[in-house]
Design a protein around this ligand. Structure first.
Ligand SMILES: [Zn+2]
Ligand SMILES: [Zn+2]
Length: 154
């Protein structure tokens, strides 16, 4: 999916659902798909604000949910108070490892894990819809962990 396509899909989604098509919503779409990596709703709101956007926090929050519903974004639950969004554009399906100390998120693709949901669902008489697999861990490199912690709290 390319950026242009995402905008088209979103426009159609809003129209079909009788949601208002507003420039603010497309501003959120634009910023969300350009955001590098995983972000909290507030991360995006603050970034947009820094760039002098006038979009309200409420609009950012509810537009992100709409974008999840039309599969332009994926919503990840990385534990308590750690909901993160990420763009599905140009991305293969992948899993995550999260450092519980510094919050660093590392993506990985492992063929064994990828095959498991299918295998297990088949055995139990289901078809897979989706799955989530997160590893919660601690950085082995303490220095790097501290460094990242500082970065994250900025
Ligand atoms: Zn990811
Ligand atoms: Zn860490």
């Amino acid at each position: 999916m390319k950026e242009q396509q995402a905008a088209e899909i979103f426009r159609k989604y809003l129209k079909d659902g009788k949601n208002r098509i507003t420039p603010e919503r497309f501003e959120v779409l634009d910023s969300a798909i350009k955001y590098d990596g995983h972000f909290a709703a507030d991360d995006l709101f603050l970034q947009m604000k820094k760039k002098k956007s006038r979009v309200s926090r409420a609009t950012v929050y509810n537009t992100l949910e709409l974008l999840v519903q039309c599969d332009i974004l994926t919503k990840r639950n990385f534990g308590e108070n750690m909901t993160r969004y990420e763009s599905t554009l140009k991305k293969q399906s992948h899993d995550h490892l999260i450092c519980v100390d510094c919050g660093r998120i590392v993506e990985f693709i492992n063929p064994k894990i990828k095959a498991l949901p299918e295998e297990i669902s088949n055995e139990l008489g289901f078809n897979v819809e989706s799955y989530s697999f997160n590893i919660f861990a601690r950085c082995k490199n303490n220095k790097e962990c501290q460094h990242h912690k500082k970065q994250a709290s900025k």
